[in-house]
Design a protein around this ligand. Structure first.
Ligand code: ADP
Ligand code: MG
Length: 698
């Protein structure tokens, strides 16, 4: 039975648009959309407070400690209107023990007369100061009638905001959103819930929005932990479902006779490393199984993944099917093509390149040859899975992803083939935790060894005040005939500033080095980028100024110097990737990390690690350990699954439990039919895992 799977009705209110809230205008909706990334009520409800204001300190004025947030009940005794535009309006109040002045700048006398009439008793809340020995409060956060005391929150949640949205506003909207949260069926195991002492989902969500103590804001607080766990469980369950689906499908047996692989190895000037041999053995075993293969191949930059992928593809070709390799960018696809095609040609195998730029007759010919089977290996970008691309018999797909593809793109290419086996390659070593969050329990192989004879990169950490010396040293290197990258500062908030900085540096360096300097940046058209990259490859340019676009896999063996400006702003994984760019050749390489002050402790630690090790796996682990404070740039673009409620810095242990839990659930109740199973479906929809359960056989 194939069930139509749809969002359960009980969740509809949470997926309503925030424009349906009371007292919200289109302008505010737009601002909230920018803040939350969506206009769904659920995202408002999942916007957690980052702080709290405790207004529960309600002293008599005579005892009040200035500097604190106070809530004070007092009588208005006098208004002192300003004598000039620059003076504030003052309202004197008394509670019988002492006086306090409320200070207002730029305010209409009318509104003061209305809100604070002389003789009335009011409750005001805000930060208490003392000025010349007198108590005062500027622009109180709240002024309420003594009968309206409940309009004044004694504990106020403070949220990450955006210009145009105030704490009061967001509190009001979030309160409304919380009213709409229904009681949902419990999807967590009862025993487990009891053991953790957790509240139900609705209660937990309500509680996190009404923090009382600082400890309520901690990731480990009971209610935050529960919500984090829910999110992690949804993530792990969705991944497990996709994986089961792929695994259950009958696959094909790929088992070649080894002839092509033997010929290739004879052409190559090197032996495979032990690590390469090991992972190949794992891949060949998978390929030979009658199930669909889905395996992740991890290997640091330069560890030799390409040749491993090629050998696996040749195994497929030997057994009579076609193989494809998909890269995230045209530059990378071309690079693979340039490595693979000549080798294939030598052994009589036809490999072609199909990218967006492939047009007209060339493209038609390629499409024809893919369909009639003349092409054995096709290399390209997502262009490989456009509608009109048909294969004779695609049996093996390599996705060189570098984190740029989502699960769906991965699967859509493999769907082109009849039960094609899939190998996913990633260049960034990923710590175990992140493998789990992005891939679930996918089998994975690790190339944990570099080919022999690689020389360590001479990595130096320098203050930017040494820029002059750096340029002089660079000059010597360039005169010796090397090529160099110069990576420009990243400014997260604004690509414009980024670009301006890169362009300014480019002009500086051009003034110094002349016209053999080139510039590539993210805003350039792919075509123009290619032209510059091509010139750098050919050596027409020998100094390439770049924003981090070069992070993704360019291969220029002659480039042996990497200068990174504002290295303190980059994450470890990024620095490591960038440094990997200059390890491609036989000559010893240099990496100069220029930093500016102030240098935070974490940044300093990162730079130290870069100096100490080149082991990508170690660096990745350290990266995860050190991460924090929003300091690392470019984590979002790394494409890792990002969570709204869970935080991988704190909830790793919960992730491991969720992973086990998901496995148990699917073992016991593979179709999510039981009572808990039904509740878990709601959980999946709550966290918008619709895609992974669509078409799920229920
Ligand atoms: P990756 O894709 O993992 O970054 P590549 O496959 O591009 O690495 O390999 C980097 C370089 O190392 C290439 O020039 C490749 O020919 C070479 N190489 C690969 N395997 C070996 C090996 N076993 N011994 C020596 N060199 C190797
Ligand atoms: Mg490669």
């Amino acid at each position: 039975m194939k069930e139509k799977f749809m969002r359960p009705e009980i969740l509809y209110p949470l997926f309503a648009d925030i424009s349906s809230l009371k007292g919200i205008g289109t302008k505010t909706v737009k601002l909230l959309q920018n803040l939350l990334g969506s206009t769904k009520l659920i995202d408002l409800a999942f916007h957690l407070p980052s702080n709290l204001v405790d207004r529960s300190y309600c002293p008599k004025l005579v005892d009040a400690i200035s500097g604190r947030i106070c809530t004070i009940k007092a009588k208005v005794v006098e208004h002192i209107a300003p004598k000039s535009k620059h003076q504030p309006y003052k309202v004197i109040m008394s509670d019988g023990t002492d006086n306090i002045s409320l200070i207002f700048f730029k305010i209409y006398a009318d509104s003061i007369a209305k809100n604070l009439p002389i003789g009335s008793t009011r409750i005001v809340s805000g930060k208490l100061d003392s000025f010349n020995g007198n108590l005062q409060m500027s622009h109180p956060d709240y002024i309420v009638d003594e009968n309206d005391i409940n309009k004044l929150p004694l504990f106020e949640a403070v949220y990450p905001l955006t210009a145009g949205i105030s704490t009061k506003m967001i509190n009001r909207y979030i309160n409304q959103a919380l009213q709409k949260v229904p009681n949902l069926p419990e999807w967590l195991d009862n025993e487990f819930l009891k053991k953790q002492g957790w509240n139900n989902f609705r209660q937990a969500l309500t509680n996190v929005h009404s923090p009382r103590y600082r400890s309520d804001l901690e990731p480990f607080s009971k209610d935050r932990a529960r919500l984090a766990y829910d999110e992690l469980l949804a993530n792990q369950l969705a991944l497990a479902i996709v994986r089961e689906r792929v695994k259950k499908q009958k696959g094909r047996i790929i088992k070649g006779n080894g002839m092509l692989r033997k010929k290739i190895m004879e052409k190559l000037s090197f032996e495979l490393t032990k690590a390469q041999k090991n992972v190949l053995a794992e891949i060949y075993t998978d390929q030979a199984e009658p199930f669909r293969m889905l395996r992740l191949l991890q290997g640091d930059v330069g560890s030799g993944k390409t040749i491993v992928a090629l050998l696996a593809m040749l195994n497929a070709v030997e057994s009579g099917v076609q193989a494809a390799i998909m890269a995230p960018t045209e530059i990378l696809a071309k690079q693979h093509y340039e490595t693979i095609a000549p080798l294939c040609e030598d052994i009589g195998i036809k490999a072609e390149l199909l990218i967006g730029k492939t047009k007209g007759k060339t493209r038609n010919n390629i499409l024809q040859d893919l369909e009639n089977g003349k092409i054995n290996i096709i290399i390209g970008t997502h262009a490989l899975f456009q509608e009109d691309v048909k294969y004779k018999d695609l049996g093996f797909v390599v996705v060189d992803e570098q984190h740029r593809f989502g699960v769906h793109q991965r699967l859509s290419l493999s769907n082109k083939g009849d039960k094609a086996d899939v190998l996913i390659m990633t260049a960034t070593p990923i710590p175990r935790t992140l493998v789990l969050t992005s891939y679930g329990d996918m089998e994975y192989s690790k190339i944990d060894q570099m080919p022999e004879g690689r020389k360590p990169v001479d990595t130096r950490v320098l203050p930017v005040s040494k820029l002059g010396e750096t340029i002089a040293a660079l000059k010597r290197k360039l005169e010796e005939g090397t090529r160099a990258y110069w990576v420009c500062p990243l400014v997260e908030e604004s690509e414009k500033i980024d670009l301006a900085a890169a362009e300014a540096r480019y002009t500086d360096l051009q003034n110094f080095f002349g016209d053999k300097v080139g510039l590539v940046h993210g805003k350039m058209k792919e075509k123009d980028k290619d032209i510059v990259m091509e010139r750098f490859k050919k050596g027409e340019i020998n100094l390439l100024v770049a924003t981090t676009v070069i992070e993704v896999g360019v291969n220029v063996p002659e480039a042996t110097v990497m200068v990174i400006e504002h290295a303190e702003r980059f994450g470890l994984a990024q620095l490591h990737q960038l440094r990997g760019r200059v390890k491609r050749g036989i000559n010893p390489a240099t990496c100069l990390l220029l930093y500016s002050m102030p240098l935070s402790e974490i940044a300093q630690e990162r730079l130290n690690i870069m100096k100490q090790t080149e082991d990508g796996f170690l660096i990745a682990e350290k990266d995860l350990e050190l991460r924090g404070g929003g300091e690392i740039l470019g984590t979002r673009q790394s494409g890792f699954c990002s969570f709204r409620l869970a935080d991988m810095d704190y909830h790793k242990n919960l992730l491991v439990i969720a992973n086990q839990d998901a496995k148990l659930i699917l073992n016991k109740d593979p179709n999510l039919q039981s009572e808990r199973g039904q509740a878990l479906r709601t959980l999946l929809y709550l966290f918008e895992k619709d895609d992974s359960i669509k078409n799920y056989r229920g």
